[in-house]
Design a protein around this ligand. Structure first.
Ligand code: 5GP
Ligand code: MG
Length: 186
């Protein structure tokens, strides 16, 4: 599998270090939030499958907090009639999330369509707060303009795989974030 790698953009050690930092930041912010309101803390992570799976697993093990997971999946269907396609969201997101501090977790912020849609949907469920945490963000205007409280790395506008991110379903198990050789993408 390694022979398809063009370049390692972010290696596993850099990822691990940054994930630990992000978790520290999230825990500190959440504690400050909960303490200032005197409310029982209810942290709910909403990971978007499948790309966030490795990031999620590493992140939550660095979070020494009471938390719950509500896993969701997003599929986009590019119908002829709908410009840009339609997003279908499936999973176990409760209708009523009153009082919860929700953190959406995704692998990468690209056009921002996915995160904007999910954030809007969650905001309507009576939550105390909603935030977004992504491992990667592309240095493009649409991504930079999308609200994201926690961002691991800003990267160039290249298609990347590894650490959960796929090409045609493969390469999620590569431990580093890499670009693929041209011949691997067809
Ligand atoms: P957005 O709605 O921000 O355009 O899309 C985000 C989703 O598109 C990500 O969750 C991911 O599934 C996919 N995506 C965007 N850029 C890349 C990329 O460079 N590599 C891979 N593997 N998936 C990407
Ligand atoms: Mg995704």
């Amino acid at each position: 599998m390694e022979q398809v790698i063009e370049r390692v953009l972010i290696d596993r050690r850099a990822i691990a270090g940054r994930v630990e930092e992000m978790a520290g930041q999230i825990a500190a912010d959440f504690r400050a939030h909960a303490a200032s309101n005197g409310e029982p803390p209810a942290l709910v992570l909403v990971p978007i499958m499948t790309g966030s799976i490795i990031f999620l697993a590493d992140l939550i093990r660095e979070l020494p907090l009471m938390l719950r997971l509500n896993v969701i999946s997003v599929n986009s269907y590019t119908g002829k009639a709908t410009v840009g396609g339609e997003l279908t969201i499936s999973g176990n997101l409760p209708e009523d999330m009153s009082g919860a501090h929700v953190l959406i977790v995704d692998d990468i912020l690209d056009s921002g369509r996915t995160l904007t849609a999910i954030r809007g949907m969650i905001a309507q469920r009576g939550v105390a707060s909603v935030g977004t945490c992504v491992l990667l963000r592309k240095r493009i205007p649409s991504a930079m303009a999308t609200p994201a409280e926690y961002v691991g790395f800003d990267i160039e506008d290249r298609f990347v795989v590894g650490y959960g991110l796929d090409y045609d379903g493969y390469y999620r198990n590569l431990p580093d974030v890499v670009t693929l050789k041209q011949e691997a993408m067809r």
